[in-house]
Design a binder for this molecule. Structure first.
Ligand SMILES: NC(=O)c1ccc[n+]([C@@H]2O[C@H](COP(=O)([O-])OP(=O)(O)OC[C@H]3O[C@@H](n4cnc5c(N)ncnc54)[C@H](OP(=O)(O)O)[C@@H]3O)[C@@H](O)[C@H]2O)c1
Length: 283
């Protein structure tokens, strides 16, 4: 390249830099992504196209969410001064946590052919979601964004947005650089998976155990709901179940026997979240 041309490229303006660029943005419906989208559209008229990855939310489709995004006050100035800029924005339905960001084959082809810059702004910023979910969104999402960049035919730049809370385990001053982690990220995911599988196995074993517990068959007195029959039923039931020291059963198992004793109108008195004590003392 001739020296003068090289110099010209080195010091090109930001506006020139964006000329002809096709950009992919995740999280464009969010706080940071929307601001970025507005600045790009307003300040860099040479941008060729912007693809925004949006997912459906609460029954609202990605296309509808594009409209919602542009209805924000943030875009008022742009809509007044250069409304046709919005036509450059193409919606791609997807989800950052999925391979290929959940894009259809058609969209993936369009993106890999055209996009040269990726801004990854989508993230789960809630501290209240389960850690595994946050990991899948924020670590898995970055990973999927990097994998997408590898597939782009002409990838020039990948920008990932992070947060002040990253690297909080380091010294008071956190520098703007990538810190190493003690294990490869996949190890964390494997760990979450193993905890998840372990919890599943325990809950499956528990429900199996519950199914396998068989209560001893005992001839039970019957109560059909007549008020005058209650004292005699109650005393028989107490003898057979409530005060029967030979019968080792829990309160919930006593409730099971109690419910089995109810017939006819008495059955209508049952409630789902009964306790044995409340039922047997109520009548
Ligand atoms: N806000 C700030 O001042 C600030 C400052 C520094 C850094 N950051 C960083 O910038 C990033 C974005 O922050 P923000 O404040 O803009 O958050 P935000 O308003 O919650 O926006 C996040 C966006 O990500 C999208 N998203 C989340 N999970 C997704 C998924 N699985 N698939 C597709 N889209 C998904 C959300 O889409 P839905 O609308 O569909 O949920 C939302 O539009 C974060 O990494 C944050 O730490 C933010």
């Amino acid at each position: 390249m001739p020296k003068s041309k090289e110099k010209q490229n080195k010091y090109q303006s930001i506006t020139e830099f964006y000329d002809g660029k096709s950009i992919f943005i995740t999280g464009a419906a969010g706080f940071l992504g929307a601001v970025l989208l507005e600045i790009l559209l307003r300040c860099f008229p040479g941008i060729q196209a912007i693809y925004i990855l949006l997912r459906s939310k609460k029954g609202v489709s990605p296309q509808e969410r594009r409209k919602e995004t542009f209805s924000k006050q943030l875009f008022d100035e742009l809509k007044k001064t250069n409304p046709s800029a919005l036509d450059k924005v193409h919606v791609v339905a997807g989800d950052i946590a999925l391979p290929n960001m959940g894009m259809s084959e058609e969209d993936l082809l369009k993106v890999t052919e055209n996009v040269t810059m990726v801004f990854h702004c989508a993230a789960c910023i809630s501290f209240f979601k389960p850690l595994r979910y946050i990991f899948q969104q924020n670590v898995g999402g970055v990973n999927n964004a990097i994998e997408l960049c590898k597939k782009l035919k002409h990838c020039e730049i990948f920008v990932d947005t992070s947060t002040a809370y990253s690297n909080c385990n380091h010294e008071l001053i956190v520098e703007e650089r990538i810190y190493g982690i003690p294990y490869p990220a996949e190890r964390f995911l494997e760990y979450f998976d193993s905890v998840h599988n372990h919890e599943n196995a325990i809950s499956q074993a528990n429900s199996k155990l519950k199914l396998e517990i068989k209560l001893p068959e005992i001839p039970l007195p019957v109560f059909r709901g007549r008020y005058d029959e209650w004292p005699s039923f109650k005393s028989q039931f107490d003898n057979v179940i409530t005060n029967n020291n030979d019968l080792c059963v829990s309160e919930s198992q006593k409730l099971y026997y109690f419910k089995a004793s109810l017939q006819g109108d008495a059955k209508l008195l049952e409630a789902v979240d009964d306790s044995f004590e409340s039922r047997s003392s109520q009548h």
